[in-house]
Design a protein around this ligand. Sequence first.
Ligand code: ZN
Ligand code: ZN
Length: 284
Amino acid sequence: MDSLQSESLTRSVLDENVGSSSLPCRPVDADGSHQSRKVPSHRGARELAQLYSRGKRIQEIVSVVVGLGLMMINLCFVIYYFQPQFSGLFLLTSLAGIISADFSSGLVHWAADTWGSVELPIVGKNFIRPFREHHIDPTAITRHDFIETNGDNYMLTVVPMAWVTYTFLFSSLSQINDGYGWNCYVILFAVFVSMTNQIHKWSHTYSDLPKLVKYLQDYHVILPRLHHRIHHVSPHETYFCITTGWLNWPLEKVRFWNTLEWAIERCTSHQPREDDFKWAQKRN
Ligand SMILES: [Zn+2]
Ligand SMILES: [Zn+2]
């Protein structure tokens, strides 16, 4: 672990520096209100940044508004139906929700980093592109606003949150009490999924971080900066969990990602990270 961490530090400093130059800022007008960003020196990063479209922006805005709205409604229901005897259940299901979110972050991140291509219809340009951009320009995320950072994660919460709202609205009191623990689990799972990329962004941010965020990083409640740098060592094949990062070490110990990749490669003959490698080569 120690040698892996120190090696990652050296190499990831290089990784962090290849992404963006100090060239003048230019405005990005996806919707006319988007903040300006630096032009990355990496040709691949420039191409990927330009693929961020107006349609994508609209999808992200809708996802944040609907996902956040449903989450707020559900949190109100949780408070309204809370009973003192649910305290233990609430803590247990909350912890399970956080761990599930960390695992899901790893699974989605691993799948998008390792398989597929930006050329795939719809999915490629809209959902794989940000992962490719992040490896060749890791600091780009720190210049993304709230919508671009969190839109896709909120999108993932919309269906489960709508389902929980439906169960609170159309169930009897005894059904709500019986399903209280499960609903808490789904809500906390969704809350942490929605926070994942914001936490990830903080792990790349080195100035003006709120004191509370630094404290949570230092005590590894959320993804610490040094911990996440291990993932940013090329070829980006480990430490995929980016919510709390609690599962990275155990999953690495049991070679979880390597085993999955080995099985998929044997079944499909597809090489892992082919597309990621291709974009990394587009330097000039
Ligand atoms: Zn990655
Ligand atoms: Zn990262």
